[in-house]
Unconditional design. Structure first.
Length: 96
C-alpha cells in the first residue's frame, strides 16, 4: 500500500484523540468495515495538508506554535531556577 513509509510519533491531547476515536467509530458504522484510529489520523493529516490555504488550519498551527514555545520557555526557566538553587545550596554548605 505504502512503498515509501516513515514512522512518526504524534503527541495529541486526550480531547483530540477522543474525537478521532469517535470519527473511527462512525466510519466503522457507516462503511460496515473496521476503521482503525491510525487510518482516521492519516486521513485527517492528508486532508489538512491538501487544504493548506485554509485560515482555520493556519490559526490552529499558530496557536500550537505559541503553546509549544510557552511550554519550552517555562521548562527552561524551571531548569535555570533549579540549577541556581542547587548552586546556592552547595556553596552555602561549603561556608559552614
Amino acid at each position: 500500500m505504502f512503498a515509501n513509509k516513515t514512522r512518526v510519533l504524534l503527541i495529541l491531547s486526550q480531547d483530540v484523540l477522543d474525537r478521532a476515536r469517535v470519527a473511527a467509530g462512525r466510519a466503522t458504522t457507516t462503511l460496515k468495515l473496521p476503521v482503525s484510529l491510525q487510518i482516521v489520523l492519516r486521513a485527517l493529516i492528508e486532508e489538512g495538508l491538501r487544504r493548506g490555504n485554509n485560515g482555520a488550519l493556519r490559526a490552529n498551527i499558530e496557536r500550537q506554535v505559541h503553546a509549544v514555545r510557552h511550554i519550552r520557555r517555562m521548562a527552561r526557566q524551571g531548569a535555570r531556577t533549579t540549577h541556581a538553587r542547587r548552586r546556592t545550596q552547595t556553596s552555602g554548605q561549603g561556608r559552614r
